[in-house]
Design a protein around this ligand. Structure first.
Ligand code: ADP
Ligand code: MG
Length: 593
């Protein structure tokens, strides 16, 4: 075949393959257009999961009669004019692909009347061809109906799921719009039934109530309008001038409310719903270890950045973006969420002296009957507690527990006001140690010091793989900051000279290798988290093990300290520290109710 230029219709069909994957993609493009047209009310109707019919009606600016045909031409748009405009995009659409794409794979009827025009226009398209155009009385705005989607594209038709599933995707999408544009009123009608309606009050919380239900919405934690304060910590920012322009706001769930996947982690960048791993990661990191492994929080976060800091022209569906400075975005989001979570479950106040910062000694960290957790004998008050917003969210806290005994030398049985608790002694101790050591580390860092070390009497040479050496190099500072002192010995051998003072008991070399391996596999992008993981590993190595008999006093002390942690229900690895059998369950199991 000789080289030739594809017909417009074929090119449109190819483009449609990228833009229109399923009925929800059509809804997305049409709702985007309605929002770009300045609509206040947007009504979405579907039948047959959207395959048979999608109708989107808006009260926006409408399309002038003389432009209606052009709107269906390929690469026709009223939203950008020059390449420079690509860097200052304020609209959701700009590629001019949606209408021609949809029209090439479905039957489309568009009725529109532009502001200031007396009559409206109706135009009908089928398989990319115009089949009718005439004047038509219509309210201001646009009503677009898409029928028999993919009827002529059997390959796509085959890939569609059950109508219920496709309708579910559309419902999710409209929920997200309602959260991203709380000042707009969305209505979703599925098979003649009103399935969802947002109030359009302008408050994200009101939309959240509609999306999650009042019960969960009430427990969500507000992430305050958070602007990165550059002055306070310039070291973390690559482009300080821009950083102050990033704003994060929205809601995240407390660690006690999670989902098994990340589908309910919604992110909006300048109100555009995006899939972005950096943002997901920043939020997960903000929860630290309070989330259980494999669980994800519920999130609706709006990130506002100057248009020139984000490239939205990455993918035809515009659901991916590229940030110019990923690091700053990550830091800002992580801190904003962290601040909200901390305010929600405040960390106990600890004061310290920045000059001489002692690491907790082994006996301090060991279970000690006579010492309360927060009495860290640290004078002065250089460390300010984060301000606690007057939040009346239920916390993750434990009730007062009464220790009853130990079973299998591994689990502690305790009683609380609301039932019976089985506590994993190792996991619980890990949590207690983790919070102490992190705090010690944080304060030491604040004072420009490292956690105290313990010199090894006979420094141990250690043979590592190149990958391990690489991880070691990358995290050298982090390792030093928690108390490891390592020297090169030549080739792939290193010399372990000192270990964190608290780690005395364990086999230092084995622990170091374990830690390095973890660092090597780790996916967290920030140094900070490498240190957090180091601390986690150190705690693991010094916590009481399963199989160790504890006295009643020791157990009481452990539980008392656990009660005071910020996330008593999970260990630093995110596994549960306890199982609870509440009163209701007991009564049900014994047939009392
Ligand atoms: P894009 O949104 O990328 O500009 P589309 O193919 O989605 O491309 O739409 C083409 C043009 O048609 C838009 O630029 C806009 O001028 C007009 N248009 C589409 N939908 C509407 C609508 N609901 N209200 C007003 N104008 C619309
Ligand atoms: Mg568009």
């Amino acid at each position: 075949m000789a080289i030739h230029i594809l017909s417009d219709d074929l090119a449109a069909k190819i483009e449609a393959g990228e833009v229109i994957e399923r009925p929800a993609s059509v809804v997305k493009e049409l709702v985007d257009n309605a929002i770009d047209a300045g609509a206040r009310e947007i009504k979405i109707e579907i039948r047959g999961g959207g395959q048979r019919l999608i109708r989107v009606a808006d009260d926006g600016g409408g399309i002038p009669a003389r432009e209606v045909e052009t709107a269906f031409a390929r690469h026709a748009t009223s939203k950008i004019d020059s390449a420079d405009d690509l860097f200052t995009i304020q609209t959701l659409g700009f590629r001019g692909e949606a209408l021609p794409s949809i029209a090439s794979v479905a039957r489309v009827t568009l009725i529109t009347r532009a502001r200031g025009e007396d009559a409206g226009t109706q135009i009908k398209m089928d398989g990319g061809k115009q089949i009718e155009k005439r004047a038509q009385g219509a309210p201001q705005g646009t009503i677009i109906t898409v029928e028999d989607l993919f009827r002529h594209v059997p390959a796509r038709l085959k890939f569609l799921k059950q109508p219920g599933t496709e309708a579910g995707h559309i419902a999710d999408l409209i929920n997200a719009y309602a959260l991203a544009f709380p000042h707009l009123r969305f209505a979703f009608i599925n098979e003649d039934r009103l399935a969802f309606q947002s109030p359009g009050t302008g408050k994200m919380f009101d939309a959240l109530v509609k999306v999650l239900g009042i019960e969960i919405a009430n427990q969500m934690i507000e992430v305050g309008r958070w602007t990165l304060d550059v002055g306070s910590d310039p070291s973390n920012i690559q482009h300080p001038r821009e950083a102050s322009n990033i704003q994060v706001s929205g809601y995240v769930s407390p660690p006690s409310i999670t989902r098994s996947n990340r589908k309910q982690m919604l992110f909006f960048v300048n109100h555009r719903a995006v899939q972005d791993r950096t943002l997901q990661h920043a939020v997960i990191e903000a929860y630290h270890t309070a989330l259980m492994v494999g669980r994800a929080p519920i999130v609706a976060l709006d990130v506002t950045v100057p248009p020139d800091m984000v490239d939205v022209n990455v993918h035809p569906t515009k659901s991916e973006v590229r940030f110019r400075d990923t690091h700053t975005i990550f830091t800002t989001v992580q801190r904003a969420v962290r601040a909200a979570l901390t305010a929600h479950a405040p960390i106990p106040t600890i004061t310290f002296s920045p000059r001489d910062y002692p690491a907790p000694t082994e006996s301090q960290l060991a279970i000690d009957l006579h010492r309360p957790l927060t009495n860290y004998q640290l004078p002065s008050s250089n460390f300010q507690t984060p301000t606690i917003q007057p939040a009346n969210y239920p916390t993750n806290k434990l009730p007062m527990l009464r220790v009853l005994g130990q079973i299998l030398s591994t689990y502690i049985i305790a009683e609380g006001s609301d039932g019976l608790y089985l506590i994993d002694q190792h996991a619980a101790h890990e949590r207690v140690l983790y919070e102490q050591l992190s705090e010690t580390h944080r304060q030491a860092q604040g004072a420009g010091a490292n956690i105290a070390t313990q010199d090894l009497l006979d420094p141990a040479p250690l043979q590592l793989t190149p990958a391990q050496i690489g991880a070691l190099e990358t995290h050298r500072d982090a390792l030093a900051s928690v108390g490891f002192r390592i020297e090169e010995f030549g080739g792939q051998t290193i010399l372990l000279r000192a270990i964190p003072a608290v780690m005395k008991k364990s086999d230092p070399r084995a622990t170091l290798v374990e830690i390095i391996d973890e660092l090597e596999q780790g996916e967290a992008p920030l140094e900070k988290s490498a240190e957090a993981r180091l601390i986690t590993s150190v705690c693991k190595s010094i916590a009481v093990k399963g199989g160790q008999v504890l006295s009643l006093e020791e157990m009481r002390e452990l539980i008392r300290r656990l009660e005071q942690t910020t996330a008593p229900r999970t260990c630093p690895h995110g596994r549960p520290t306890m199982i609870q059998l509440n009163l209701g369950q007991l009564e049900r199991e014994f047939g009392r109710k």
